[in-house]
Ligand binder design. Sequence first.
Ligand code: MRU
Length: 372
Amino acid sequence: MSGEGDTTLKSICYKPGSLQLLDQRKLPLETTYLEIRDAADGWSAIQEMVVRGAPAIAIAAALSLAVEVSNFSGFDGSSAEAVTFLENKLDYLVSSRPTAVNLADAALKLKQVIANALASSAAEPNSIFKAYIEAAENMLEDDVASNKAIGTFGSSLLRQQAKNPDKLSVLTHCNTGSLATAGYGTALGVIRALHTQGVLERAYCTETRPFNQGSRLTAFELVHEKIPATLIADSAAAALMKDGRVDGVIVGADRVASNGDTANKIGTYSLALCAKHHGIPFYVAAPLTSVDLSLSSGKEIVIEERTAKELLNTHGGLGERIAAPGISVWNPAFDVTPAELIAGIITEKGVITKNANDAFDISSFAKKVTGN
Ligand code: MRU
């Protein structure tokens, strides 16, 4: 599935009973899809970064369990046991990576779907599995529509706030494109929309050390889409901003706390501080599934720490050793950008801006747009 103005490779290839994930560790040099047969394959693919990016992780996890149950030759248990089976698998999938909330949010919604199926008068294991599969498939469909809406809201916001709404340049970090979602992308979707409107002068993307999602994946998508783009070292961002080369910075999110504090790829916080210093607006683009209203601030967000190998070896840990023997390593995969550094949070339902107290009221926004 790909969106308008999005011909990039699909990260998730699904048809009923079959799921293949693009092995993003091999990009941009090799295009290899891995067959995912069950939740255990899904868990490993997420943990090992075959698939990554908050929305893509959630969808891949949900679909890995959908193919597992689709391919059952029979389920030897009661309806209640079918529900317990699915719930346990969902809990297991959620344990694959801790920071992005989209996966936990998807699991919660899928548990509600199966609880409703169990409560229906026609409940039997097959009808519960069918309800689960349909809901997981819908998540794949809904994500593209949601990203396109983010692209529309985001591009108009960036244009309103740029010096010249018909010619602007933006900086992004990590990979938030087609590869990180079901298609089109979030922050990269906004860049895609600006390009489609003919107003994007240039997109700058960081390398995004240590895993290089920027140089390997975002650069790949930008080149593939023929979007004018330049790759910079993460450490060149301050100089880029000082030179006045960007009108805005736009990034994705893995978890947004109710006050707007945002966990995203390591290095995001530095970019936000630099942007503040240079008077450049800093935006977060994310679907509402990335918002965690149960957390009052970013202090409560669990930050995943990944293997030292990602720093010790080339190619985000997949290549040969480069670091000096004996050195110890701290490798947080994400950091938290305080809300005070964020100019607006672009969602599929509109832009969350700050109130008169200079604070985000995400809870009221969510209530208004979802009616819950
Ligand atoms: O470790 P990753 O590659 O999964 O981290 C991805 C990011 O930090 C993205 O910015 C975020 O998940 C949003 S993807 C639309």
